[in-house]
Design a protein around this ligand. Sequence first.
Ligand code: SF4
Length: 629
Amino acid sequence: MRRHTGTVQIGTLTLSSEEPVAVQSMLNTHTLDTEACVEQAIRIIEAGGQLVRITAQGVKEAENLKNIRDRLRGRGYTTPLSADIHFTPEAAMVAARYVEKVRINPGNFADKRAVFRRMEYTEESYAEELQQLREKFTAFLDVCREHRTAVRIGTNHGSLSDRILNRYGNTPEGMAEATLEYLRICRDTGFRDVVISLKSSNCRIMVTAVRLLVQAMEREGMEYPLHLGVTEAGEGEDGRIRSAAGIGCLLNEGIGDTIRVSLTEAPEREIPVARLLTDVCIPRYEQHRTTVSGTQTCPFIVADVSAEETIDEKVTAALDFRDPGEADPALGLRLSAGRKAPEMIYTEALGPEWTKLPEETIVVVPYANLDVACIYNRNASPLMTAATYKKHKTTAGRFRFVELNDVAELDAELTAALKQDKKAVAVLSSVPDYARYRSWPDLLLRSGLPELPVIIRVKPEQFEPDRTPLEIAAHTAGLFIDRLAAGLWITFPGAGNSLTALELSRNILQSVGARRYKAEFVSCPGCGRTLYNLEEAVSRVKSAFAHLDRLKIAVMGCVVNGPGEMGDADYGYVGAGNGKVNLYKGQQMVKTAVPESEAVAALEQLIRENGEWTERLVLTENDINTSVK
Ligand code: SF4
């Protein structure tokens, strides 16, 4: 069941909790290039897009929306259009006459660009700004009402007004309050055709901000529908997983009436991903959900290699266990764990190779195999059903993993045994099902087991490469966003998928900011403001800096919104127009108008100057042969 929302009519599209979740995308063609806009809009519509957004950076572009709309209607496409406005309320006024919806950004509709200076606001000066905002926004709503145009109040982390920054900081609370300032005007003036979004490239911030706003709307009796999205999600697998984590978490909580998956790819490629997310999520809204926040800040991974036929050196290398080159005199030959190595391994195939695992790595085995496993690895720990755990009351094993498939298994006897056992770990096992996983933390708390570590074990019935990873990200990320789970264990059916499951676990934990296994790249999807070929720039930046696994690098299409919205990136590569790029260190612009052909080298230089450069590891053929021998 979804959160109840009122009906908003956007041309031929009806948004409400009674309608299926709508999917949409945005053009990245230049708004004055009517032909290119029309052709790209058609590609989005034919892929299944139900709303097409177009940027209108000024009045001239807003005027051209009429031509784009007329050409589309002339070719028989009735899909509604939405204008995207920043900084230019005049353009919003014009666009409202031509398209079915206008998105405004509360951070820059009535307020000037934030200057991020600490300014003191008295109650009077704060109220005065709010009054100016009310006047400007009410005039805009009047135009929308006259033309039956819907409005999206689209708040972004990174482009909040100075007024909000001053009082709330660049926080989820600030995002919610910035939105409420506008929603209260809509409510007071009886304007109902409003949709809301609160976006960030950081899934935790985006999810927290949306939940806060929903709670505030419940308190204030507001039922406006929500548009969900993770900004600057990037491209490829990482962009998809990051979007699935943030959007999927909220869809599973029954929040969201329309979604956009922002990828730095052709916009029509966003639609199947968005549709897949709406298909795999199971909305279950709880009106008075209390958002529990746990303490598990550094979750670990259990790599399930039980379906691997042999655990040879190739597999251990993929797990990121490496031969240190010399034997430890006390322990014999031991592998060492790289930064990406899983903290735990689950296996049924036991053999001498397990003696070589790093000292700290835990090997989990079925209870029946524990005695043999202990011969090869003193860190071996049993995996038991609840019934076996209660029956055998074993004290063997470094930890004791108790697999639970249903809350009913946590009876009084098991609860009492777990309370006594400081080495017990609960493994909550299920097909991907967010609500099922979520039901556990509360139950454990009520059962007097708040300290019991919880691992989420995901066991999908089948593995479909395009679907299963997104489904798992959508159903598990919320647990890690709220720091409720100590570990993630993905078991794919069939042989040969162990390493895919491991990589997915890493991607999910990285997407919610819980772990960092590789360099992180964020990039905007591009729009009519994009000042260069974004996909090519992302590809160049990724290939030059992928080995800098401690850094987060943003590639943004324009200087208007890019710097504010690249969030907490360590470095920024931002299109400045005329074949030039501006480079940022954090929020600080440090090199301007660098020719695009020199920009990657200039960014490398900047990273070197800041002492954050490491050389690429280049493996020779000899190294490879030695490592797999
Ligand atoms: S950062 Fe600029 S180019 Fe990129 S999507 Fe936002 S407005 Fe468009």
